[in-house]
Design a protein around this ligand. Sequence first.
Ligand SMILES: [Zn+2]
Length: 304
Amino acid sequence: MKIIDPHIHMSSRTTDDYENMRKAGVVAVIEPAFWLGQPRTEVGSFKDYYSSLVGWERFRASQFGIKHYCTMGLNSKEANNEPLAEQVMELLPLYACKEGVVGIGEIGYDDQTKAEDKFFRLQLELAKELGLPVQVHTPHRDKKAGTIKSMDVCEEHGIPPHLVIIDHNNEETAKSVLDRGFWAGFTIYPKTKMGNERMVEVVRKFGAERIMVNSSADWGMSDPLAVPKTAKLMLDRGIPKEHVELVCYQNALDAFGQSGQFNENDWLKAETADQTQKYNGNSVLRGQVPQNLEQDNESDIIIK
Ligand SMILES: [Zn+2]
């Protein structure tokens, strides 16, 4: 089964992760721009980070047979440094228009402050201007209210729900998100908030329409194989294959495909990765022998 992980921070992950993801069926990933665990102090740090999302990281993924896309945005935490956030807003349109950028994200609320609200709204306007989908991060604290507020604000700005992916849902928020016509992303967090057994039950209860699963794997405790593992668990627990394909592949493709930058042919018709390739003179090999990605295609974790 082909898998898309529509929310994963690969810049924080290793090449082993890329290898294991490909073996498990991941064909494409979307990396939302986010914070790095500590606040940036200069606009240049944002610029270099955004450049890496459309540059080196995309190349790195390609070397392991995975197509890499991203969403561009100012994350909610760093919206609270207003003078810096203003400068980032000037930079964003340049990067949001680049090839392979499939939306504005991840944006939304963290502590639900005034500054977060201001920059969320400014970025919704940018998305509207560019006709791009929006990937919304919902807060971990006071989630239900934050989720509802995020949807209200999107509607206030005239963004139609079919262009908005509301992320990090749980059993409490799913119904209102789906009832209002938004896409509902679910993040599988190891050991804490949302395990994949609960995800199976969410799909059993709500069906597969407009639901998508992601790992949100980053520099913290997280699992880059969360989507393929969840697909397998869903099949084992009797969820119909068509539904598993929708929530682990097709819905992400349909939602972010609205950008015009996310096409199945990019990976279906891709050439096999050649690890001797270089990006600005650098390869991923670090002096090692290139792997033949065709050869180790068979694996006991491939879900057929
Ligand atoms: Zn994230």
